[in-house]
Design a protein around this ligand. Structure first.
Ligand code: SAM
Length: 311
């Protein structure tokens, strides 16, 4: 398996873990089981970790939508089989454009699944015209395109094909993606965004604190699968996560470990999910939370007040 294929296969893990947690009732997602078949049950700490990840990402997406208003767009880098578009539509959230970018081999599988699924097709909008190739799909305000994020020209041209409006407030989302990309390529991408979008927010969920023993074990596991961890130098601390944005001319950046994010979730909701499964290894979950983070970078006044609480 090539390094790129190993990276692409991480999408299968992420979507299987999300499906496992959804099946147990951690959160509602009527679409994940359409994209990912099977019924493997993951260990409780994995289910809870994915719950915190999804809740944390949702929390900042809600903040973005509230600050940006309806004329905004979301661009998901390395989107894999994520179902965010359909979940937001189901929740009646309004946005002008939602574009997903991943390697063509991943988008091809997603295209195939969407075109065979009535709920996913209907989610694109009533009677909307769907334009499809083997790797790309455009329907309503949803666009799924294949590109290598290391190639900024390709990314730019796919955005134009997806009718991205460079003037609108835009959220860029990357969930466990940048760690696989060389730092220089991530920096190029972040600089290009800054040069083209006057108002932008970047939401990055990723490994952090990779210098300690627990972090090293996590990295060893990924390397053993053949994944190049070319962007890992940004995952060493919350500071290096923020520096990635500040050194590429973003106006500001803030970062929190998943310990903070989990504690910010509504206590009633935490109580609900903590009853779903017994957790023998509380310590392991805390260690996992200490080794993942959410980092938000922004350009423009609109997002400069972004915080974890008060939403
Ligand atoms: N974001 C999704 C989620 O959280 O469910 C998928 C995460 S998966 C761990 C990482 C994804 O990033 C894979 O789908 C992979 O193909 C994509 N990816 C990594 N490097 C990429 C690159 N250079 N160009 C395009 N996609 C990339």
């Amino acid at each position: 398996m090539s390094a790129d294929e190993a990276v692409q296969s991480t999408n299968d893990d992420a979507s299987e873990c999300k499906r496992s947690a959804v099946r147990l009732g951690y959160w509602q997602d009527d679409y994940v089981q359409i994209l990912v078949r099977g019924s493997d049950r993951k260990p409780p700490e994995i289910n809870r970790g994915y719950y915190a990840r999804t809740e944390g990402v949702n929390l900042f997406i809600k903040k973005f939508l509230k600050l940006a208003g309806e004329k905004c767009q979301i661009i998901s880098f390395g989107a894999g089989f994520d179902t965010l578009y359909w979940r937001l539509k189901h929740a009646q959230c309004k946005f002008d454009n939602f574009t997903e970018i991943d390697f063509p081999s991943v988008t091809a599988r997603k295209c195939y699944a969407i075109k065979r699924s009535k709920p996913l097709l209907e989610g694109l909008g009533p009677d909307c015209e769907v334009r499809l190739s083997s790797t790309e799909l455009h329907g309503g305000n949803y666009h799924l395109v294949g590109a290598d994020l290391r190639n900024v020209n390709e990314v730019a041209s796919k955005m134009r094909e997806s009718e991205v409006n460079f003037q609108l407030p835009t959220l860029f989302l990357a969930e466990c993606v940048l760690v696989y990309i060389e730092s220089i390529s991530v920096a190029n991408l972040l600089r290009w965004i800054i040069s083209r979008f006057p108002t932008a927010m970047f939401l990055n969920y990723e490994q952090v604190n990779m210098c300690d023993r627990f972090g090293e074990i996590m990295l060893e596991n990924l390397r053993a699968r053949g994944c190049p961890l070319s962007g890992v130098d940004a995952c060493l601390s919350l500071e290096t996560q923020m520096k990635r944005f500040l050194s590429t001319d973003w106006d500001g950046a803030k970062a929190w470990t998943m310990v903070d994010i989990y504690n910010a979730i509504d206590p009633a909701e935490r109580q609900r999910i903590e009853k779903i499964e017994l957790l023998d290894e509380q310590e392991l979950l805390v260690q996992l939370f200490q080794h993942y983070c959410i980092c938000v970078g922004w350009k423009g006044q609109l997002f400069s007040s972004i915080t974890l609480s008060e939403y």
